[in-house]
Design a protein around this ligand. Structure first.
Ligand code: GUN
Ligand code: FE
Length: 421
């Protein structure tokens, strides 16, 4: 597999939040799977490398989905008239119970993996279910598809139906075994996934903290998504001052434990301060926030505070897997927040939304999400020829039209220096 090559086309990326770099008709060079640079003309030393000429098409960094439930893909778009806790009970938990059946899980994950592969997303932080064999099956499929994702076997030992609950001991021993078995993968990595505090006893969280330190793995969960959920956590954990403490007291909230928390819609100052200090990533999932009526996360506040933020589809709280769609939802939500909630919180720009969708979330994976030299080579090629117009558009206008209007399917896609299609 050729890992040194150049793509020619209109290259767009955002090295700094709010700043678009636009390089029309340029050569984007990949050397051994890593970005070497962007050049107006191909330098002498690269004269012999293969060049793929994409003409007038747009070349962007691959998009990052910082929060998605692969096991919920089957019921996207259903039950969207419920709030979070009812929705979990009536939709998520019954569907996820089916993943005890390996045949069901294989078929469901084949659909998800196929959809993800042909989307604009190159990397994702994925929730599977509590079932170890099904989770490994998903990891195998993603590895085959060439998608360098984080995947989590979910932990749940309370407040869930009999069909979707483990004992504490079982949850920990299955997680240990799954972590050991995950060392077979090259590209796909395991991530600890306590579903959320209401689903996990203190004993389970404590054991997961021990596993985190032993295996040095990252962790993902949900945080301060919905007001009833936050109230519930304060009753379940009376000795905590805020929701985030129910994770941090077990060493599962940043610092030595790379962490991504979905939502943070209602995170108060003290919680946000701890996230900032510990480098906890926030997965902003605007469509899910609307669908299950959670609220509008203060993404402008996050950016002003210097929080680490990316975007998530949160399928199936979000109905759409597209991170282009998450970008437009984030922009639109931020406008409503600006007009209706806080006049000090200005709306997101397109350049900021692209940053969140690429370098913002990509940082969770390392040097990912940009075309600066040294970044892993993740790229998508978008063809806007299918969006005809009489208008003569500038490059940034063409980007805007692709984000708002395209079906989100790239013409070509590369992850970690490898062409996927
Ligand atoms: N909180 C706990 N589980 C879930 C889930 O599956 N989706 C969302 N959006 N929030 C959750
Ligand atoms: Fe979620």
């Amino acid at each position: 597999m050729e890992r040194t090559f150049a793509l020619k086309g209109n290259v767009i990326y955002t090295p700094v939040c709010g700043q678009l770099e636009l390089r029309s008709g340029s050569y984007l060079v990949c050397e051994e799977g890593v970005v070497a640079g962007i050049f107006d003309a191909l330098p002498e030393r690269y004269q012999d490398i293969p060049v793929e000429d994409f003409g007038e098409k747009l070349i962007l960094p691959g998009l990052i989905d910082l929060h998605v439930h692969a096991s919920q893909y089957a019921y996207r778009g259903l039950g969207m008239d419920m709030e979070l806790l009812d929705w979990l009970e009536h939709n998520a938990f019954p569907e996820e119970s089916h993943f005890a059946d390996p045949d069901y899980a294989r078929r469901a994950y084949e659909i998800f993996t196929e959809q993800l592969k042909y989307s604009a997303t190159t990397r994702a932080c994925i929730f599977a279910t509590i079932h170890r064999p099904a989770t490994l099956m998903l990891m195998e499929q993603l590895e085959q598809a060439g998608l360098p994702c984080f995947v989590g076997k979910v932990n749940m030992d309370r407040n869930s139906p009999d069909t979707l609950r483990e004992t504490t001991e079982e949850s920990l021993s299955e997680t240990r075994r799954w972590l050991e078995e995950s060392s077979d993968f090259h590209m796909v990595r395991p991530i600890l996934t306590p579903r959320f505090t209401p689903s996990c006893t203190d004993e389970l969280m404590d054991g997961l903290g021990v596993l985190q330190r032993e295996f040095g793995v990252a962790m993902q969960s949900h945080l301060s998504e919905n007001r009833s959920e936050i109230q519930w956590v304060s009753e379940l954990c009376p000795d905590t001052h805020f929701y985030g403490e129910s994770y941090s007291r077990f060493g599962l909230f940043g610092e030595g434990c790379p962490t991504v928390m979905a939502h943070c819609v209602w995170s108060e100052e003290e919680e946000r301060r701890l996230m900032k200090n510990n480098g906890v990533f926030i997965a902003h999932c605007p469509q899910s926030n609307m669908n299950v009526s959670s609220g509008i996360a203060p993404v402008r506040t996050f950016l002003r505070e210097g929080q680490r933020v990316g975007l998530g589809s949160d399928v199936a709280g979000g109905a759409h897997l597209s991170i282009f769609r998450a970008m437009t939802d984030a922009i639109q939500c931020s406008k409503l927040r600006w007009r209706l909630v806080d006049q000090g919180d200005s709306a997101l720009t397109m350049a900021e939304a692209l940053y969140l969708a690429t370098k913002g979330g990509g940082a969770f994976f390392g040097k990912v999400g940009s075309f600066e030299p040294g970044y892993e080579f993740d790229a998508i090629v978008m063809d806007d020829a299918g969006l005809p117009t009489t208008r003569v558009c500038t490059l940034d206008e063409r980007l805007e039209r692709v984000v708002y209007l395209s079906d989100g399917r790239p013409f070509a896609k590369y992850a970690a220096g490898k062409r996927l299609f």
